[in-house]
Design a protein around this ligand. Sequence first.
Ligand code: UT7
Length: 330
Amino acid sequence: MKQAAITAVGHYVPEKRLTNADLEQMVDTSDEWIRTRTGIRERRIAADDEATSDMAAEAARELIRKNGVDPAAIDAIVVGTVTPDMLFPATACLIQEKIGAENAWGFDLSAACSGFMYALATGARFIESGQHEKVLVVGADTMSSIIDYEDRSTCILFGDGAGAVLLEPDDEYGVTDIEQGIDATDWEQLCMLAGGSRRPASPETVEKKLHVLRQDGRPVFKRAVSKMAEITEGIMERGDLAAEDVRYLVPHQANERIISATADSVGLPMERVMLNIDRYGNTTAATIPLCLADYEDDLRPGDNLVLVAFGGGFTWSAAHIRWAYNGLDV
Ligand code: UT7
């Protein structure tokens, strides 16, 4: 069976930076608290006329430009996001039109911080089954559109961005193993309550600020630490990977303390952990492809990567990838 290899990477972050110093002017917080509790120094914020499909299309355009990909050859577009431009049409449809992928079909899927991983798992199946030759997998979120900038416990964490990878069939390299799970126990600890069919938008939902992300940070933190460690260990065991075999751990960027605890649990030093939370904060579905874009020059074909994410739902996923892309060709 063919494997789904990542053969191209693209990314986009908005120009505007929201620094810890800016946040000190907005809520009762400090640069020191944010840096020591989360590892974040600044995040990017979309422009007023910029939505998730715009950022995702920019990431896809970079991927296309750098690798000479013909947009018309893309078969499908799978988008992980919790901040689509609107409930429908799907972000995938808007991206298709913006990048001229005239022969592609596609759809969005909702798995919060695990969104890119679920999209990767789904896209990989289309390649492995032989149904498609080129699948564009996107993780993109405009978190600033659902953040309450008066809530210091959440507004310091999140940022906006988009990342995209292209999957193509390969005999040797690619997604070797991927697992995912969900558990809705205590889902209220991380959610957005209004704007769906249970609580459609009304003056009351607006007045009660139900259209923003709410999080009970401490229990989510504990759960993230234990699940990320468990599934990272699991995927390494199944792949017979010792710590020295792993070129990079590629963790969802929610909190540097969660990331270092995950790395510690499998004996990986931080030099072999992809980290950019200091510059982008938590961009939800975009964190993992943004990491891949940042570190791609450092990767060589055959490198073992372990990807891991945990987020709202609750959702989680871990994968073992044998890297195929050398920045030029497969
Ligand atoms: O991506 C999806 C999954 N999400 C996550 O994985 C996020 C998980 N949670 C976290 O990353 C952390 O829980 C936070 C960064 C959100 C919070 O850090 P914490 O160390 O768990 O702090 P805490 O919520 O236990 O709060 C400790 C103190 C509290 O004050 P008291 O009650 O001790 O007086 C908070 O009110 O810190 C206070 N606090 C702040 N102080 C300054 C909370 N937010 C802030 C803030 N600035 N921005």
